[in-house]
Design a binder for this molecule. Structure first.
Ligand SMILES: C[S@@+](CC[C@H](N)C(=O)[O-])C[C@H]1O[C@@H](n2cnc3c(N)ncnc32)[C@H](O)[C@@H]1O
Length: 203
């Protein structure tokens, strides 16, 4: 029986996709992904399906995956806050085959020439997080969102008596990538891309 391939694309730019991901995409009959994931990929137009709306996509995958080779694209790494967990609500593990990619945070640490083995690694994207616990580590790497922005994270860190640095990575791996670093006390509220991760280091 065909398994559904869940393929991690890396941070976004095709140069950061693993060769196995490119091979699997060339072999798939139907490819589901978000608009950003599908842009810039060298795949035939009629194989490609947008991942929205969710329930229709799931029904569509159910209709085709037994007879056609289906691939679902997710951003970054499959194992780090990806669409994999959503798929697992509707498909059993043995119906899926995942191919990991480079996470946006892994890429960000690399751009800063930093290691992350001692860091708190997580996400404030769409979830409540105990920041006290997060900021207890000397280093943290976080996925952000429109509510938990770099500015909110700086305010919270200062409220908790922290000093140190925030490194903000926007549109990582793309041509308009911006990485900027500020001392917490010098950071002034500003608007960031919706594709944004932070690394914070405390004194
Ligand atoms: C649903 S999560 C997916 C995380 C992904 N699985 C990973 O390993 O990076 C989406 C969040 O990932 C981050 N993200 C993904 N791609 C990014 C990029 N190219 N630049 C900056 N942040 C990115 C942003 O924080 C975004 O809100």
């Amino acid at each position: 029986m065909n398994k559904i391939w869940v393929i991690g694309l890396g941070p976004g730019h095709p140069d950061y996709m693993l060769p196995i991901a490119k091979i699997k995409l060339s072999q798939a009959d139907r490819i589901y992904g978000g608009k950003r994931h599908l842009e810039g990929l060298d795949v035939e137009g009629d194989k490609v399906k947008l991942l929205i709306p969710l329930q229709e996509t799931i029904q569509d995958i159910k209709k085709y995956y037994k007879d056609k080779q289906v691939a679902v694209l997710v951003s970054g790494d499959t194992g780090f806050y990806s669409f994999l967990e959503t798929l697992k609500r509707d498909f059993k593990s043995d119906e899926l085959e995942t191919y990991p990619g480079i996470s946006s945070l892994q890429y960000m640490f690399s751009r800063l020439n930093m290691s992350y083995q001692e860091a708190f690694i997580g996400s404030v994207h769409g979830r409540r997080t105990d920041l006290d616990q997060v900021f207890n580590k000397n280093v943290c790497g976080l996925l952000t969102d429109k509510i938990m922005t770099p500015s909110v994270l700086v305010d919270e860190a200062i409220k908790l008596g922290k000093s140190g640095w925030i490194h903000i990575g926007e549109n990582l791996s793309y041509e308009d990538e911006v990485i900027a670093s500020y001392r917490l006390e010098d950071y002034k509220e500003r608007t960031h891309s919706s594709l944004c991760v932070v690394v914070m280091t405390f004194d």
